[in-house]
Design a protein around this ligand. Structure first.
Ligand SMILES: Nc1ncnc2c1ncn2[C@@H]1O[C@H](COP(=O)(O)OP(=O)(O)O)[C@@H](O)[C@H]1O
Ligand SMILES: [Mg+2]
Length: 508
């Protein structure tokens, strides 16, 4: 028999969950000794596929071949026995044990065999040296940062004899210099003959280190590319992921009207020590207009939004339609048609340990369809949640699951759907697409543009300058609490805007 070149081959894998087909006819070949990236939008089925390869979940159909041999995994220990190991997105280490203890313990001991700790320790040290995974083996895990914890998980898997290493979104939890260290470590592992399969949605990273990239979309594999040979860009990959040309935030025809929805005059927010964080700003937003605010984080934009919502005290006046709302409480502002997509969705916009339909009511509990008079009306809240799930393509098995069960992108779609409900007149949106994948991002842009065309006034803050420039009808730059420049979104570039944000140059 000829020597097989594939460390892993997955053939026609299918996996169904109640109401969801997570994998359908997935095919994947991973060459021995290569670094193989799996990319795809949230919910594309990447983690499920890897869990199947690691024996954590059982495929409904399909074949798994490791080193050319067809195998059936009943559990992860079956996978480990043939050299397949996985590092999960969330680490599973005991804080009160040392690095060494974490690596050695938990490895299944054979019955009747006493653990030779000293021998095991020597083995771990040797493996760490061989793969150049530097770790303080005798320190307690509680003392260590995320990068170290991840290396412990990798070492743990290698200690169990893995020569095929699966990593699920390993860079999601790392800061940039830790990412560099991880990539260096993965390079070292590869040069020692380890096959690496990793999931990422950071396409630049993937292009940097992968020998081959397989793209998944809606539960199936749609193609593989070899970036070392083919000329592939992040844009190409993103287009394969979404299955169409990449959407852009660009907004062409203006829908700006003469009807002022929000008129802010001389608004200021002060710290306890009396410093102005929002330093006397004035502006207007009309029906059908998106006003974007560009700024380096921490220059007063959060406080400006909080003031507009009545969450913090401010001076100056805020006129909303025919009302002077300057002294209104937050709830009254919301009841009159101010919608809010906050910066931190998990802390400010969701009850993670509550079902989706309760999240539908959050912040809107005094409004239809969630209540009638003094009474909450859960049945209509539920049916409206289902409407949002359909209209905003929130991928979820049902509306009774907790918000924590959804991916970040799907959480955000739920929030946007909720805030767009009930025909708001003004939307205050902070980073509406931060952390969501390209498909969800495009959907959110579409909803914002449609609402704008229907007369919604929008105040937009975003760290994504392409988004800010693309969506906005007019742009202001905030620096140390003041509007320091206006920019024309039809001509300004991210570079010019970026300079203006740091005070290094004037915007066009
Ligand atoms: N244990 C599970 N029970 C029910 N549905 C699941 C489960 N695991 C994943 N899913 C669903 O399967 C689909 C694919 O999920 P997943 O493999 O986690 O995607 P990805 O890792 O690409 O984001 C999603 O719709 C997800 O909600
Ligand atoms: Mg995943």
């Amino acid at each position: 028999m000829s020597e097989t070149l594939n460390a892993v081959e997955l053939v026609d894998i299918c996996k169904r969950f109640p109401g969801v087909v997570a994998n359908s006819n997935v095919n994947l070949k991973v060459r021995k000794g290569s670094a193989h990236a799996i990319v795809g939008e949230n919910g594309a089925g990447k983690s499920t596929l890897m869990k199947i390869l690691y024996g954590m979940q059982k495929a409904d159909e399909g074949k798994i071949l490791v080193d050319g041999k067809a195998l059936v995994f009943e559990s992860p220990s079956d996978a480990i026995n043939v050299g397949v190991g996985m590092v999960h997105q969330h680490f599973m280490l005991a804080d009160n044990l040392t690095v060494l203890e974490n690596i050695i313990l938990g490895s299944e001991l054979k019955k009747g065999v006493k653990l030779d700790f000293a021998g095991a320790a020597k083995q771990v040290t040797d493996i760490a040296k061989r793969y150049r995974l530097e770790l303080p083996l005798n320190e307690y895990v509680s003392e260590l940062g995320v990068g170290d914890r991840q290396r412990i998980e990798i070492l743990k898997v290698l200690y169990r004899g893995a020569n095929i290493l699966i990593l699920d979104e390993p860079t999601a939890v790392l800061v940039p210099h830790e990412v560099d260290e991880l990539f260096r470590a993965l390079g070292d592992l590869k040069s020692e003959g380890i096959t690496i399969i990793f999931i990422s949605h950071k396409l630049d990273e993937v292009l940097e280190i992968a020998d081959e990239i397989t793209v998944m979309r809606a539960g199936t594999t749609v193609g593989s590319v070899n970036p070392k040979i083919q000329n592939v860009t992040a844009q190409d990959l993103a287009e394969m992921m979404v299955g169409s040309e990449l959407p852009t935030p660009a907004t062409t025809e203006s829908t700006v009207t003469n009807n002022a929805v929000l008129v802010v005059n001389d608004l200021a927010v002060h710290t306890e020590s009396g410093k102005a964080i929002v330093d006397h700003v004035s502006f207007k937003i009309h029906a059908g207009e998106i006003v974007g605010i560009a700024g380096v984080e921490g220059n007063g934009q959060s406080e400006l939004l909080d003031a507009l919502l009545g969450i913090v005290k401010s001076s100056g006046t805020v006129q909303f339609l025919e009302h002077n709302i300057s002294n209104w409480p937050t709830r009254k502002r919301r009841e009159h048609g101010i919608a809010y997509i906050p910066e931190d969705r998990q802390r400010q916009a969701l009850l993670l340990e509550a079902p989706l339909w309760e999240n539908r009511m959050l912040g809107h509990q005094t409004l239809p369809p969630n209540s009638k008079g003094f009474w909450l009306t859960p049945a209509s809240a539920k049916s409206d949640t289902q409407r949002i799930v359909n209209e905003y393509d929130v991928r979820t098995p049902n509306i009774d699951v907790f918000a924590s069960a959804l991916s970040g992108g799907n959480q955000q779609k739920l929030i946007v759907g909720r805030e767009m409900s009930g025909n708001p007149k003004l939307l205050i949106a902070a980073h509406p697409t931060r952390g969501v994948d390209v498909g969800a991002q495009a959907a959110i842009w579409d909803h914002l543009r449609a609402a704008r065309a229907a007369g919604l006034a929008v105040l937009l803050i975003s760290a994504d300058l392409d988004e800010l420039i693309g969506l906005s009808d007019s742009l202001k730059v905030i620096l140390r609490g003041k509007f320091v420049a206006d920019a024309d979104p039809t001509t300004v570039t991210p570079q010019i805007l970026g300079n203006a944000m740091t005070g290094a140059g004037a915007a066009a």
